[in-house]
Ligand binder design. Structure first.
Ligand code: PGA
Length: 256
């Protein structure tokens, strides 16, 4: 059985001071409580050391929002997997739609980051998803299929357990609009079938597929209870300890 992964993507919010307060609050809310799934927070790079420290005695994990493909050297502004490992980061978000759109990240570049992070034992959360006009043209499977296959072709299926996909329809990110549970399930099942085809059914069964796009306490249950939805990548609602905790509690009630 796959554990649900409840992941917070703070994006470019919460510098060190604010991040520490927020992470302390989250850790405090779950202090001496069990969590049988996985909870993860991905703050901006500069806040990572503070969040790692706040979560030191808790089950919360930390991740980055991006990474580069080289270990070190003349790559001004970049951060490597070894640096993230030194901070004890468990995960890294790769290929978020905001990076694809504003920083022109290509499928090939994204695939090389996924390969690098898996080789260095940091679990990638590969983001895929279609834009509004692509959904309107009913092209969502073609778009997501292309994004996913570019990565699957470069990665060995032995990494299935460490490989996470986040289906994030761009039209649902930060808009308050969410994919319906049926739309989410349809795309998640499609993603799993593509993994089965490109790797194997056994590997596909191990990969966790998160939903992202305006997930909040009010819609988390219907989304998380879908058969192929193995967690959430949560932006806005992860910036409040209360709402993120509520989603975590909903995950605990959702038995698969
Ligand atoms: P949102 O962001 O929850 O604010 O829509 C999700 C994401 O972009 O990962």
């Amino acid at each position: 059985m796959r554990k649900l992964l409840i992941a917070g993507n703070w994006k470019m919010n919460a510098g060190p001071t604010e991040a520490k307060v927020l992470a302390d609050e989250m850790a405090e809310m779950w202090k001496s409580k069990d969590f049988n799934n996985e909870a993860l927070i991905c703050p901006p790079y500069v806040s990572l050391p503070f969040v790692v420290k706040s979560f030191r005695d808790s089950f919360f994990k930390t991740g980055a929002q991006n990474v580069y493909t080289e270990d070190n050297g003349a790559f001004t502004g970049e951060i490597s997997t070894s640096m993230l490992k030194e901070l004890t980061c468990d995960y890294v978000i790769i290929g978020h739609s905001e990076r694809r759109e504003y920083f022109q990240e290509s499928d090939e570049f994204i695939a090389s980051k996924v390969v690098k992070s898996l080789n260095e034992s940091i679990r990638p959360i590969l983001c895929v998803g279609e834009k509004l006009e692509e959904r309107k043209a009913n092209d969502q499977k073609t778009v997501v299929g292309t994004q996913l296959k570019a990565v699957l072709s470069q990665v060995d299926e032995k990494h299935a357990e460490d490989f996470v996909v986040a289906y994030e329809p761009v039209w649902a990110i930060g808009t308050g609009e969410t994919a319906s549970p049926e739309q989410a399930q349809e795309m998640h099942a499609f993603i799993r079938s593509l993994i089965a085809e490109n790797w194997s059914p056994d590997a596909a069964d191990k990969v966790r597929i998160l939903y992202g796009g305006s997930m909040k306490p009010a819609n988390a249950e219907e989304l998380l209870s879908q058969k192929d939805v193995d967690g959430g990548l949560i932006g806005g609602a992860s910036l409040k300890a209360g709402s993120f905790s509520e989603i975590m509690a909903i995950a605990e009630q959702t038995t698969k």
